[in-house]
Design a protein around this ligand. Sequence first.
Ligand code: HEC
Length: 152
Amino acid sequence: MGPAKSALAAALLVSASAFAQDIVLPDGKAKKLVENTCTECHGLDNVVNATLSGAQWRETVHDMVKRGATLSKDDIDTVVDYLTVYFAQEKVNVNTASAVELQSSLELTSAEADAIVNHRKENGKIKDIEALRKVAGLNGKKIDAKKDVLTF
Ligand code: HEC
């Protein structure tokens, strides 16, 4: 690793630990494991900002172990259970969810949730994420942030 690269790596490590200090995880059996293991390569922001279902958390933790996260078999299960309880987001069907569901699960304002419901009433089924982004009154960035939990 050249000097420029190692300076970059050091800067990344500093920013990762700064994130770790800001984010407080909920109490639970795997809190310490996640704090210690899941900050080796990136900040906890990666963990708390992920929009994954329970099944996707299981896949992701196994993926992290493949990448080098050091967790025993038992620890993997403990971590997956913990992340599923506190951070799993179940899928939201954009075409059948109520305005209240859309608002809370997609972190929208009530006006944005209403825009989706009205669009459905007037134009029928929303086909995919492209079509959803085009609904007047919606913020494309907010929609993209939730792309993993959307179904149509
Ligand atoms: C050995 C290094 C390493 C460790 C340890 C590690 N990760 Fe990661 N993680 C990565 C890398 C590299 C990426 C970026 C992958 C990518 O861009 O596709 C990533 C990305 C992620 C993402 C975002 C990917 C997505 O699908 O949204 C999540 C969530 C995540 N890690 C969770 C965890 C959790 C939970 C742990 C602790 C069990 C953990 N990571 C430990 C290397 C690691």
